[in-house]
Write a protein of this length. Sequence first.
Length: 296
Amino acid sequence: MTVIAGLIGLGAMGSGMAQSLRRSGYEVQVFDVRAEAAATFARDGGKAWESPAALAAACDVVVSVVVNAAQTEAVLFGPEGCAAAMKPGSVFVMCSTVEPNWSVALEKRLAAMGILYIDAPISGGAAKAASGQMTMMTSGSPAAYAVAEPVLNAMAGKVYKLGDQAGPASKVKIINQLLAGVHIAAAAEAMALGIREGVDPAALYEVITHSAGNSWMFENRMAHVLAADYTPLSAVDIFVKDLGIVLDMARSSKFPLPLSSTAHQMFMQASTAGFAREDDSAVIKIFPGIELPKKP
């Protein structure tokens, strides 16, 4: 039997994931709150639906790629939400970065409705999502994988199975976000210091990206700073949220996270200074007395 796959949320990651599914031969069912985004995608193959419920009724696997837990709740249980329309034995794949205990509770809520669930946060950025090379951190029941695994493999270069129930996948994603947020904050601090000390930013970037101090985040995000391009591929407020979840998870077990706390405060400062919706590399703008590169 051919599995019918649907995807909700055609943002930077979701649109690439939908493209990967279509490239793998799926007639992808899509929904986005921006009806024009869904219609544009469907022009090249697939079908755009007018609501999550309408999409869910047609699908065996529903992949949700929205921003947070609140938006996931709306997708599932809001007006025209998909939970009530999903067939028994179908699978809901949740790709947002959320508090792990919330994901555990969601699995139980959906199970009571006869719906299978995979906790499946994602990483890798828009380019890797579009090429089918992103990473998925997943955990769920064998029954859920039996239905949805081909869909997961069509969207990602690496699909990690981290447990047979919800929770472990979201915990691993939170730890990934700890490192990502701290690395971006450290990269911004280093570049800001170099600029303050009169080092040419382009020369600094060239040296660091070929030295031991390099990181993927330095190489990727400081390129945005050099280009003076703060178009939000991942916004400042994403790390206000994600590092907040990191700290909440650690606080519940009284585990100290001094670097995460500092990085969170840096993103908070950038957000309140007016850069909330700019690219997360805009955290560099909190440093005083430096002249950042300008667009040519």
